[in-house]
Design a binder for this molecule. Structure first.
Ligand SMILES: [Zn+2]
Length: 186
């Protein structure tokens, strides 16, 4: 991890304005590409970021996903949509790990699903890797993706997995049924 906390006080007062500002204040995980926020967090563990809120047109203290989304897009999220992290790391502010949920129910499903994917640490690591790759727009079905798809609990449907991974449901369905099972060293 790279830790960069050498900040000018004036920069902190001004607030976080750019993606570079977000990155500079985070510890970067070179494996998952998660940007772990190193500054203020709320009691829920979510980053609290002082930045320009495009919804109100004034500076405000926003949660990590809301701040990172607005900074990266220079716009508020689509009306009625909420940004969430596909990597499942509460303190991650990498804009590439954000997606928009259409409503709270969809967001709830995502949270429940990421909770269910959280098994042993190996499984968790695989799931995070897959989600980070999907968030970065990598859609090739590499061995780690195949491995993670096959490691996913059976009660998660192929359609749900496909949606999270940005893949065709048929591809996921076939990969889950393909034999023999390929064991990938970790
Ligand atoms: Zn992340």
């Amino acid at each position: 991890m790279t830790r960069r906390t050498d900040l000018a006080p004036t920069a902190l007062r001004r607030g976080i304005a750019t993606v570079d500002d977000l990155r500079a204040r985070s510890a970067i995980d070179p494996r998952t590409h998660c940007w772990h926020w190193q500054h203020a967090r709320g009691p829920d563990g979510m980053p609290r970021i002082w930045t320009f809120d495009r919804r109100s047109g004034a500076k405000a203290c926003l949660t990590g996903p809301m701040a990172a989304w607005q900074i990266a897009h220079d716009a508020p999220p689509t009306r009625g949509h909420l940004p969430y992290r596909v990597c499942g790391h509460r303190d991650c502010v990498n804009p590439a790990h954000l997606r928009l949920a259409a409503n709270r129910a969809e967001l709830g499903q995502h949270i429940a699903r990421s909770g269910r994917l959280r098994g042993n640490s190996t499984e968790q690591r695989r799931a995070n890797l897959v989600l980070a790759r999907a968030a970065a727009g990598i859609v090739t079905t590499s061995t780690d993706v195949v491995d993670a798809i096959r490691a996913a609990p059976k009660h998660i449907t192929s359609a749900e997995l496909a949606r999270d991974l940005g893949m065709w449901p048929q591809t996921v369905w076939r990969l889950r049924r393909a034999q023999p099972r390929i064991e990938v060293p970790t």
